[in-house]
Ligand binder design. Structure first.
Ligand code: NAP
Length: 343
């Protein structure tokens, strides 16, 4: 476990823009003075930080749904931390907060950009996972975009990940048959045995995705929550039922691609299925987190919603944790534990 020290601040900056799959050379770790909070700001000590697939998009200069980082910029992440100093930010020393901060031991932020979290309601790490951005993405992607109903079939890719594992369980709570694509037998067992999915498909050992779908989803697909894209999505598109809903949440299979494969994709079938394909971004729903978070919290408290976290120890290992997302090393939410929290 890495120590944090009140006199030094380790900060990860973007060393270079990656081409294709990123490696360690993308990250530069420097030691800098602990920043001083300006008027209206708080100084926050990082306890946990989140690494997320969308950060790959921020490393490229071109188009992405999140603003690009420049070479030399500190990398930013959703963080759970402890306020160590407040300069009129509206928080007290020792308050636990979440916010968009840095891959660093310490960072400052204006008070309005931080939200208080309650450690008595749920473990603090969950505010980056099942009760945080991924949980909310799953919630709105299921309840507002793909809208599976009782008796329908719901398919999710990235099924054992932070978003996918939650999305599949919410669809199950709605009464749907739930099928998940994921990348190992251990993950298939996780989604079937621990999360209660009706079927898991290991896409790395399955040659024929359409045949696998015919077995796991014999009545076709009514709702498709896509985290991955590529050939799995091509196969699902051929099995969409009339009036199916497709929610495009992520396309991780393409994030490291230097050229996005084009060609005749599987859109022809949409004419017959009259399916709706809708991309969505969780930030568009942020005003409604006061509805979703209590519901997610209640399901977690009752045990109706299970969650798993993969925790990498030490800020210095954050690049490994991030790169592991593209190798499928995580089950559930991938986090980095930066410092111990003592209540
Ligand atoms: P995650 O699923 O916890 O982690 C990424 C997972 O993707 C890996 O564990 C891996 O699992 C899978 N993966 C990696 N490369 C792959 C490939 N080439 N083909 C198929 N699967 C691959 O990540 P998350 O945070 O929950 O995010 C899931 C998706 O949702 C991402 O695409 C992310 O960008 C997107 N997202 C979108 C929004 C939004 O607002 N639209 C918000 C949050 C997240 P396997 O072992 O199964 O391969």
């Amino acid at each position: 476990m890495a120590d944090t020290d009140a006199d030094r601040n380790r900060v990860f900056r973007l060393a270079e823009r990656p081409t294709g799959t990123p490696d360690e050379d993308v990250f530069d770790l420097s030691e800098e003075p602990v920043p001083e909070p300006g008027p209206g700001e708080a100084l926050v000590r990082t306890l946990y930080l989140s690494v997320d697939p969308y950060m790959r998009g921020r490393m490229r200069a071109g188009e992405s749904y999140a603003e690009a980082w420049d070479v030399g910029d500190p990398l930013r992440a959703r963080v759970v931390g402890e306020v160590v100093e407040s300069n009129g930010a509206g928080f007290a020393e020792g308050d636990l907060v979440t916010g968009n901060l840095q891959w660093a031991d310490y960072a400052t932020a204006p008070g309005p950009e931080l939200s208080a979290i309650d450690p008595d309601l749920a473990p603090i790490s969950t505010y980056l996972g099942v009760l945080g951005m991924p949980g909310n993405t799953a919630y709105f992607g299921v309840q507002e975009v793909t809208r599976p109903k009782a008796g329908e079939t719901f398919v999710v890719t990235g099924a054992a990940g932070a978003v996918g594992s939650t999305a599949g369980q919410i669809a199950k709570l709605n009464g749907a048959r739930v099928v998940g694509f994921t990348g190992s037998d251990e993950k298939v067992e996780f989604v079937e045995e621990e999360l209660g999915f009706d079927a898991g498909i290991n896409y790395k050992t399955t040659d024929d995705y359409r045949a696998a779908l015919d077995e796991a989803a014999p009545d076709g697909v009514d709702a498709y929550f896509d985290n991955v894209g590529g050939e799995i999505t091509d196969a699902v598109f051929t099995r969409l039922n009339v009036d199916a809903r497709v929610g495009v949440c992520g396309q991780i299979s393409l994030y490291n691609a230097t050229e996005v494969p084009t060609g005749p994709r599987k859109l022809m079938g949409l004419i017959e299925s009259r399916a709706t394909v809708e991309g969505f971004l969780i930030s568009d729903f942020s005003e409604r987190f006061d509805q979703s978070v209590p519901q997610l919290g209640e399901w977690v408290a009752t045990g109706e919603l299970q969650y798993r976290e993969t925790v990498t120890e030490g800020l210095e290992n954050a690049p490994d944790a991030f790169l592991g997302l593209f190798e499928g090393e995580n089950i559930g939410k991938q986090l980095v534990k930066v410092a111990d929290y003592e209540a």
